[in-house]
Write a protein that binds this ligand. Structure first.
Ligand SMILES: Nc1ncnc2c1ncn2[C@@H]1O[C@H](COP(=O)(O)OP(=O)(O)OP(=O)(O)O)[C@@H](O)[C@H]1O
Length: 574
């Protein structure tokens, strides 16, 4: 509970909205209390009325007032419930819509680095579940707890005005029902909730893995294994949830037994207190019946508190997200950006990936980064894009640290990846993503420059052909050319090529590379590659090994001086 209190005090997501929407919160708790009050009063007056009607009435008017009150409380209860739903839903929708917007802004402003901090499954659970959980924390735990405590105070004071000794008994019994049982159930349920959270998390991660690698599962003929793996986690989750429900059932049963004890003792006390005179005897049934509507509130408090540990991870994860900084997209107008890596060191944990590396890339220079798998080539690209930050030294573009250029990065650096990211819309729309302000003529021009005109001419719908999901309508080489056209439209002075031709056959690879270097001749190119096909297009080659460049020079120089380079060149010719 202490941990939850501490976490709540750090909550940057719902708490600030709560502060802004205090009146809605007050009315919601007040109306919640009024629902229970009206239900209790209805039973109280009904109990009195039944009892009084059983006696010979000296005057019919004596039962007239209770009849009117029964009607009034009978109507008041659903009216309060309706009003409470209106107020609380309005409140929840306001708070959640604002908070969800902030969450998406935060995730969007760190979109490039979030993958480094969280797994895709975690991002999914962050966007899909965490806010709902946080919302439930307030709706299912804190509100019932709030109105439960108001009820606790009200009942204790109300009974205290009649008999202080009996008030003490109620005080103890309510403390057991509203404080001790919830705390005990929180402690007992804690392990089960942790297990549920773990299984739910692994279900998300497995499902993400399964979707991303679906093709491999199908190609290896192991669809059934995939379904079975998922099924096992799901049935374990269902088992844990089932146990938790059983536990909830037992907890509610214990509460009902405690309420029964309270009811019997109240009946005994009321009999003792009110049976002396015929005018007060009717209060025996009234006091006893009024207890029953309280059960719903008591159960809600217990349910909420025992679920509260569910929300811990969500609060921690949400609080760990950076404050949304909506980056103002500014266009960097330079077409000659100088890249400088100045004594850059980068580590993943204890593992040094980049070790005190310094180099400069001049405007329009073309460089190739070579190195065995895992040497750190992609890490260098991430450092350049500012997706990760060096532990020592700094990376600058035109003497400005890349971290300060996040708002204009898309106009400075364009990326052509191993896989072209295309969408199920027209060719025109896909290419125009490079610059949404481009005219039709500009889009058509870059498509032509990327060598796609013959393809467009062969399509019935030409530029307006639908690409289908992930561009599957086209071949790998064609997809990369579309991505190239998009980059040309983006018009960034620096282009990063991260093995864009890795999945192409040698002939297409050669053609696409020639096209890339020809149309991007006025841009700086940083090309990560394992193959030396097309290496003659670059000015300088760097070999990355153990975080440092162990070899560098123009392809012609290296051909003369490095046996290793020669050997690699030979290998690529086969
Ligand atoms: N998020 C991460 N956390 C921990 N280690 C990482 C992370 N990302 C990469 N690494 C490690 O850093 C090293 C460099 O990775 P990087 O992706 O930069 O290599 P690379 O040279 O691009 O490899 P490849 O040619 O196979 O793409 C690898 O050993 C990799 O396992």
């Amino acid at each position: 509970m202490k941990r939850l209190k501490k976490l709540l005090s750090q909550d940057r997501w719902i708490l600030p909205s709560l502060r802004q929407q205090k009146s809605g919160l007050f009315w919601s708790i007040f109306l919640n209390f009024m629902i229970t009050f009206a239900a209790g009063a209805l039973m109280f007056v009904s109990g009195f009325l039944i009892s009084r009607s059983a006696q010979h009435p000296s005057n019919i008017l004596i039962i007239y007032v209770p009849i009117v009150l029964t009607r009034a409380f009978g109507i008041a209860r659903p009216v309060f419930r309706y009003a409470q739903r209106l107020v609380s839903h309005n409140w929840v929708l306001r708070v959640v819509s604002k908070t969800r917007k902030r969450l998406y802004e935060s995730a969007a402003s760190t979109a490039s680095s979030i993958r480094g901090q969280l797994q895709t499954g975690e991002v999914l659970s962050l966007l899909a579940d965490d806010l709902d959980r946080l919302q439930n924390l307030y709706l299912r735990t804190l509100f019932p707890l709030g109105s439960g405590m108001v009820l606790y105070l009200f009942l204790t004071i109300a009974i205290g005005t009649i008999n202080w000794l009996f008030m003490l008994w109620w005080f103890v019994m309510l403390a057991v029902i509203l404080v001790i049982v919830p705390l005990l159930s929180l402690a007992v349920n804690y392990k089960g909730v942790q297990q549920q959270k773990k299984l739910q998390q692994s279900l998300y991660i497995d499902a993400t893995d399964a979707i991303l690698g679906l093709q491999d599962w199908v190609l290896s003929g192991r669809q059934e294994d995939l379904v079975q793996n998922q099924g096992e986690t799901m049935s374990r989750l269902a088992h844990v949830k089932n146990q938790s429900m059983k536990f909830g059932w037992w907890r509610d049963f214990v509460i009902q037994v405690l309420v029964l004890i309270l009811t019997i003792t109240t009946l005994m006390w009321a009999t003792n207190q009110f049976s002396d005179s015929s005018s007060t005897v009717n209060y025996i049934a009234a006091f006893t019946l009024a207890i029953f509507p309280l059960i719903d509130s008591f159960i809600a408090v217990n349910q909420g508190v025992s679920e509260s540990s569910f929300y811990e991870d969500s609060i921690v994860r949400l609080n760990d997200l950076p404050e949304p900084t909506l980056l103002q997209e500014t266009r960097h107008t330079t077409n000659s950006a100088v890249i400088n890596f100045n004594q850059v060191t980068f580590k993943y944990g204890d593992k040094t990936i980049v070790d005190n590396l310094s180099f400069e890339v001049q405007p329009k220079e073309k460089i190739a980064l070579l190195g065995r798998s895992g040497a750190g080539k992609t890490t260098l690209l991430k450092l350049l894009a500012g997706d990760i930050q060096s532990s020592l030294g700094e990376v600058t573009i035109d003497e400005t640290p890349v971290q300060n250029l996040q708002g204009s990065m898309s106009s400075l650096v364009a990326v052509l990846d191993q896989q072209a990211y295309l969408f199920d819309t027209t060719i025109m729309n896909n290419v125009r993503m490079g610059n949404i302000h481009a005219t039709d003529e500009q889009v058509q021009k870059v498509i032509e420059q990327a060598g796609l005109q013959p393809l467009i001419n062969s399509l019935t719908n030409g530029y307006y052909t639908q690409m289908q999901e992930a561009g599957t309508r086209f071949s790998g080489g064609e997809r990369q050319r579309f991505a190239l056209a998009r980059i040309m439209l983006q018009d960034a002075p620096i282009v990063v090529l991260d093995e864009p031709t890795v999945s192409l056959d040698p002939k297409t690879e050669y053609e696409v590379l020639s096209q890339i270097f020809s149309v991007l001749k006025d841009r700086t190119i940083i090309w990560v590659t394992h193959h030396l096909t097309g290496i003659e297009n670059v000015d300088k080659v760097y070999f990355l090994e153990n975080g440092k460049f162990t070899l560098s020079g123009s392809p012609a120089e290296l051909h003369q001086t490095s046996a290793r380079f020669k050997q690699l060149l030979l290998m690529d010719q086969y």
